[in-house]
Design a protein around this ligand. Structure first.
Ligand code: PLP
Length: 430
């Protein structure tokens, strides 16, 4: 074990032994090097002659760059071309933390770490998995989840998924979740939650969110150590009253010393910058102080340094400018309104035609996000229907986990009815 990792582990063991025990073997080994190139370079910052870092500077210390690139971007070259640092731009990290608080008022007064910048949420998920999952560990997860979890979490860490049904009728099957967390084998449990859910576009109601919080708390009180991965990719896109608007992370941030909440969020979907590759990992558990959070941030930075080294500077700078822009909130609202209007259209189309559609497909509960799913009537071949839709109706949908996922976020309002009618026609052809 590297001596820096040992030092971090000793501090963590002394202050928060439960959190130390939650770390995987890789998580225990993880550290951000104190004497590496980056740290030595940081120490030399401001020196008259600085021959430390692997970048090139002009004689006036401005970063070397091509005008052909710079002229495309209306930002100071210093905010574009140099490395952004492994944990991300400090100003962006602080800003995102303030924004998390604004979006989740119940976080007020609950200490959390400073968010660490990742190369978007996929990278955040893979870092979090590396830090907390040992080969053979089991992740408790609903049966309807984003397909890339298979590679990012399961394959990446040689872990297993213990799936429970997301739904029971029109509600969440929280009894099954409770079963998974209250079994007789007490120990480390890893739970993955994603709301609004991909693929189903479901977010728990306020009542369900309280129940989930209670399930996690009760399980911790029985002696389990629970790591909750909160994938908030589609945060903010809730369209119904009575559906929870704040993150699960905010609800569980201080429920118990044995519940570590790990928030994986970012600009990708929330701010419609899929290609920017900016996400964040943030930690919270009851009773943790800044020193423990800094250890977790340090181990996270180690995971970043050892995978992609650092996230893109240009997109972090662009986002920071956007977040300071007085028009940001209004623009965000207008894009929310756009997606919401498509959601309303989907609901109207289903309300008008649902009885007829029922012969072939039935919507699963949905209330938020980018998507909704339909389950197919017995005997229908989902993949064949998907292919017919492309070949005969020039219509693309996803067939996954035995259901058809429709990304209404990507379909103009006046095409939504046709989308469902095409699906109906393709089913009828089978
Ligand atoms: C639930 C969920 N989590 C994470 C991601 C990954 O997002 P990113 O593009 O930021 O890596 C996606 C992308 O589709 C997603 O649907």
């Amino acid at each position: 074990m590297n001596p820096f990792a040992t030092e971090l582990n000793e501090r963590l063991k002394a202050k928060a032994p439960g959190i130390y025990n939650m770390l995987s073997r890789k998580g225990k080994e993880s550290y951000f090097p104190k004497t590496g190139i980056l740290s030595q370079s940081m120490q030399a910052k401001g020196s008259a002659i600085n021959a430390t870092i692997g970048m090139a500077f002009e004689d006036d210390f401005s970063p070397v760059h091509f005008r052909s690139l710079k002229r495309l971007i209306n930002l100071d070259p210093k905010k574009i071309f140099p490395y952004a640092g492994c944990s991300g731009l400090p100003e962006l990290r602080k800003r995102w933390k303030v924004m998390q608080l604004q979006k989740n008022p119940i976080l007020q007064g609950k200490p959390t770490s400073l968010p660490v910048v990742t190369c978007a949420l996929s990278h955040g998920l893979s870092i979090a998995s590396m830090l907390f999952l040992n080969p053979g560990d089991t992740v408790i997860i609903p049966d309807l989840y984003w397909g890339n979890y298979n590679m990012l979490i399961k394959d990446h860490c040689d872990a297993n998924f213990d799936t429970y049904p997301l739904y029971k009728g029109q509600k969440m099957d929280l009894e099954s979740l409770r079963d998974r967390l209250s079994g007789t084998s007490i120990g480390k449990k890893i739970v993955a939650m994603n709301f609004p859910n991909n693929p189903t576009g479901y977010t728990p109601t306020e009542i369900e969110m309280r129940e989930i919080t209670d399930i996690l708390k009760t399980s911790a009180e029985h002696g389990n150590h629970i790591i909750v991965l909160c994938d908030d990719a589609y945060f903010g896109l809730v369209y119904e009253d009575g559906v929870e608007k704040q993150s699960l992370f905010a609800h569980i941030a201080d429920i118990h010393e044995n519940v570590l909440a790990v928030k994986i969020d970012g600009a990708t979907k929330e701010d419609y910058v899929w290609g920017f590759r900016v996400g964040f990992i943030t930690y919270a558990a009851k009773g943790l102080d800044d020193d423990v959070y800094s250890i977790l941030e340090n181990k996270t930075a180690g995971g970043i340094r050892s995978s992609i080294s650092s996230s893109p500077h240009i997109s972090q700078s662009l986002l920071l400018e956007a977040y300071r822009d007085p028009d940001y909130q209004a623009e965000k609202q207008s894009k929310y309104d756009l997606l919401r209007s498509r959601y309303e259209t989907v609901k109207a189309v289903i309300a008008a035609n649902g009885k007829r559609y029922k012969e072939f497909f039935t919507p699963l509960p949905y209330n938020s996000g980018y998507f909704m799913c339909v389950s197919l009537a017995d005997g229908l071949d989902g993949d064949a229907i998907r292919k017919t839709l492309i070949e005969k109706y020039s219509t693309g949908v996803i067939y996954i986990h035995g259901v058809i996922r429709l990304a209404y976020s990507a379909v103009a309002k006046d095409k939504i009815e046709t989308l469902y009618e095409n699906l109906y026609a393709a089913c009828k052809e089978q």
